[in-house]
Design a protein around this ligand. Structure first.
Ligand SMILES: Cc1cc2nc3c(=O)[nH]c(=O)nc-3n(C[C@H](O)[C@H](O)[C@H](O)COP(=O)(O)OP(=O)(O)OC[C@H]3O[C@@H](n4cnc5c(N)ncnc54)[C@H](O)[C@@H]3O)c2cc1C
Length: 338
């Protein structure tokens, strides 16, 4: 995109923000996507395993969303396109179920899709296919305040250009977006948000596989864990790596010191799934991992300010975030055309 300012600023380079930018660009609008992260992707997050001293050093691991499911026709088309081009692949329709005592057995469900190069590449792929003459992605840039004036909407913050936009789309977790939304109906809607739960994601690398053949495990009625993914089978390289997600209660107790959640998570992982301790592990904190419920509306839009994300569109899932961002982009394009 040229140096002239964009029509719309999209705050958030997760899947809802990139979907929103795509819908706006499809209507010929110029868009600036702004994200405070060093990489785009948001909670479709991939980390590189470093300083492990193990053969898996340098390998990427999915530490945010575990997989994608799709039944919305428009999102199904997005996923099919990813699969056709090798960006995503069908992972599994069978996870195991467990409780605090251990594994119970397999359970059939919908097809879960994963990404051979890591879940973040799904967002990177969508962003790479946006028209370069219309969409610019800026990061890291942290929006701290949004001001609505007679000449448009201006953004203030670290690394953020002093430009005025015709509209701003807030695409991400309600608590993060409500902290920067200007006073008005959107701010009100975001503040009356569902509760957001934290999660700790523990990545554990083993010398060899010490657990039964499985793709993932839903852990029910346990105080420590809710889900465990076999990241080697998810990614398709069979590396002996597990990713375990904590309960919100455990995460909330360790938000200031995520590493302190590790001993309890490792003990539960060993007992329920792995049967052994890993040779290396790390913990990633998600303060706003997911909303406890989601709204039926696809997005909120009031004047030049809108909001989208996975607390809209019958989420909270990746699909809902995409549907929500896409619908906000289309609604904003209609409004700006009138
Ligand atoms: C541990 C975990 C497991 C999950 N498992 C699944 C699963 O199995 N299946 C599934 O479908 N979904 C899952 N999800 C949910 C899925 O990840 C989300 O629904 C989806 O990624 C939300 O996308 P989003 O674009 O709405 O928000 P996000 O991905 O959170 O993107 C918001 C972006 O906004 C940026 N941002 C925030 N504030 C600012 C600011 N002030 N200035 C600039 N940028 C800002 C952030 O850096 C971020 O990149 C999981 C999530 C977590 C955390």
């Amino acid at each position: 995109m040229s140096e002239t300012s964009a029509d719309v600023a999209v705050i958030g380079g997760g899947i809802s923000g990139i979907a929103c930018a795509g819908a706006l660009a499809a209507h010929g609008l110029r868009v600036e996507v702004i994200d405070r992260g060093h990489a785009i992707g948001g909670r479709l997050a991939t980390q590189t395993m470093r300083d492990t001293g193990m053969p898996c050093d340098g390998r990427v691991v999915d530490v945010g969303a575990s997989y994608v499911t799709a039944d919305d026709p428009a999102f199904v088309a997005v996923v099919r396109d990813w699969v056709d081009r090798g960006v995503a692949r069908e992972w599994t329709d069978t996870f195991h179920v467990a409780d605090s005592a251990g594994l119970i057995g397999p359970k059939l469900g919908p097809i879960r899709y994963a990404a051979p190069a890591g879940m973040r590449t799904l967002v990177v792929d969508l962003a790479s296919r946006l028209p370069e003459d219309l969409v610019r992605v800026t990061h890291p840039a942290d929006v701290e305040r949004i001001e609505v004036t007679d000449s448009g909407v201006s953004l203030h913050g670290e690394g953020v250009d002093d430009a005025a936009y015709r509209a701003v789309a807030l695409c991400g977790p309600d608590p993060q977006m409500s902290s920067i939304a200007p006073p008005g109906a959107v701010h009100g809607a975001l503040q009356s948000s569902p509760t957001w739960e934290p999660v700790m994601a523990l990545t554990a690398a083993y010398d060899e596989r010490s657990w039964p053949d499985l793709d993932g495990v839903f852990v029910n009625d346990d105080a420590i864990l809710t889900f465990v993914a076999d990241d080697g089978r998810r990614r398709g390289d069979d590396a002996p790596v597990l990713v375990a997600h904590s309960t919100p209660v455990l995460a909330a107790a360790h938000l200031r010191d995520p590493a302190a959640a590790a001993p309890a998570m490792l003990a539960a992982l060993r007992h329920i799934v792995a049967g052994a301790d890993p040779a290396w592990f790390t913990v990633k904190r998600w303060t706003y991992a997911r909303p406890t419920r989601s709204r039926d509306e696809d997005h909120v839009l009031d004047g030049p300010i809108g909001a989208a994300g996975d607390s809209w569109a019958r989420g909270p899932r990746t699909q809902a975030a995409w549907v929500s961002g896409d619908s906000l982009g289309r609604a904003l394009a209609t409004r700006l055309a009138s």
